[in-house]
Design a protein around this ligand. Structure first.
Ligand code: PLP
Length: 425
């Protein structure tokens, strides 16, 4: 088959727009008539800096990120690296806040006394809260436990406890066991494996009228750029590029500036050692990456370029920016879910209706007994019609249609028609 024959519903890496790839292919050979490809130019060159700055500005424009309050940085360790980076950096920020408060309370900067009081406070009060609603937030929670030890990590909600040990629902916010002044409250906005998406920002985490509120961290790897985000409610949101933004290799962190100098400076390695707390590898320290405009070390400018081209295309396609894409994303998801719901004897949608994802549509095919055989037939037949990448994640099985931004409306319609025809056949 050729590209034109395929609609690829894979969960990530996702398909990229063909015109973006054509532009990028040319740029790999010769970037803007420089006689050198984009992956060969120095990351310290002016043209690399321009690519970074334009991608940052276009992302901020598309998502309405307030530039005065937020910093956008490009990193390289994937969503998985951010599980660790968020822990290290926000524990550091919490310690910095407590340090300042203790110096004031003791009215002294006597180091031994401050460290003793700080150590006591860490033991008593340091908590990281995790809302676990699927495989990815579970992995983030486990990483925090691994890095810090279980005593500091609070499983504030576990969706499996309300759904027979499986993911597929979001526990009512009134049952979340949130800590006082947690170093972070973490959740995953869209669970790629389980097809569970938060329908909106969890109101229990909203800031108060005076702007103070919990330190909210969200993983938006698999639904960023597909709907409006109330950015100001977050201290940190992050996402790998490989689903809705670009190709694998670059990770974006959007960070509230009050977590960076001059407001917050990460504690010294010596102090953290005295407190028995870890410090990040330098390439996971937000402060360092932000100070260097994402160029502390060699960054893949090619990956940033692709992300930038995708953003330019989105901005050109949708004059009302992310709201325009959101309308299309919702419509595509509705078409696919409606096709599944129309055949309840054949298809079972996995997650609860109230939390089902617009991006990763997870379902089982149950016709005539043996699910495995029927699903194999479904996948084989779909592939023969150019509908590929539909196999569910290996940990849960079933079918998963990943409905990212690069799936056109016609692609979703084609899948819906196939769902209907397969049920009838
Ligand atoms: N978070 C979510 C929601 C994901 O879907 C993924 C990967 O699919 C990750 C994190 C991990 O990302 P990476 O493979 O870039 O580390």
């Amino acid at each position: 088959p050729t590209r034109a024959d395929i609609t690829y519903f894979g969960a990530g890496p996702a398909a990229l727009p063909t015109d973006v790839l054509q532009t990028a292919a040319q740029a790999l050979l010769d970037f803007n008539g420089t006689g050198l490809g984009i992956a060969e130019h120095s990351h310290r060159s002016e043209l690399a800096t321009n690519i970074i700055n334009e991608a940052k500005a276009d992302l901020a424009s598309y998502l309405d990120i307030p530039p005065a309050d937020y910093e956008v940085i490009f990193m390289q360790a994937g969503g998985t690296g951010e599980f660790a980076a968020s822990v290290y950096n926000l524990v550091g920020a919490w310690v910095a806040r407590q340090h300042a408060a203790i110096v004031q309370e003791l009215a002294s900067a006597d180091e031994a006394a401050v460290v003793a009081a700080l150590r006591e406070r860490v033991e008593k009060d340091l908590k990281l809260d995790y809302i676990v609603t699927g495989g990815w937030s579970l992995k983030a929670y486990q990483e925090a436990v691994r890095l810090l030890g279980p005593e500091y990590v609070n499983l504030a909600a576990d969706a499996r406890t309300i759904n027979d040990g499986k993911f597929g629902k979001i526990p009512d916010q009134s049952t979340w066991k949130l800590s006082k002044d947690a170093a972070l409250v973490y959740y995953c906005d869209n669970e790629t494996v389980d097809g569970v998406e938060f329908p909106e920002f969890p109101s229990v985490l909203a800031p108060a009228a005076d702007g103070t509120g919990p330190v909210v961290v969200a993983d938006m790897s698999s639904n960023i750029l597909s709907r409006r985000v109330p950015v100001s409610n977050y201290s940190l949101l992050f996402f790998g590029a490989q689903k809705n933004l670009g190709c694998t290799g670059v990770t974006v962190a959007v960070l509230r500036k009050n977590l960076l100098p001059p407001t917050t400076t990460q504690p010294s390695p010596a102090l953290m050692r005295k407190l028995g707390l870890p410090i990040p590898p330098i390439m996971l320290q937000y402060e360092i990456i932000a100070k260097n405009n994402s160029l502390y070390n060699t960054l893949s400018i090619f990956d940033v370029y692709i992300a930038g081209q995708v953003l330019k295309k989105l901005l050109k396609t949708y004059p009302n920016k992310v709201d325009g894409q959101q309308a299309v994303s919702d419509k595509k998801a509705n078409i696919i879910y409606a096709a599944l719901e129309a055949q309840p004897d054949v298809y079972r949608i996995v997650p609860d209706k109230s939390v089902r994802s617009r991006m990763n549509i997870c379902f089982r095919v149950t016709k005539n007994g043996n699910v495995d055989d029927v699903e194999k037939a479904f996948l084989k037949e779909a592939t023969s019609q150019g509908l590929t990448g539909l196999k569910g994640h290996r940990s849960v099985g079933g079918i998963r249609a990943s409905n990212y931004n690069s799936i056109p409306l016609e692609g979703a319609e084609k899948l819906a028609k196939f769902i209907e025809a397969f049920a009838k056949a």
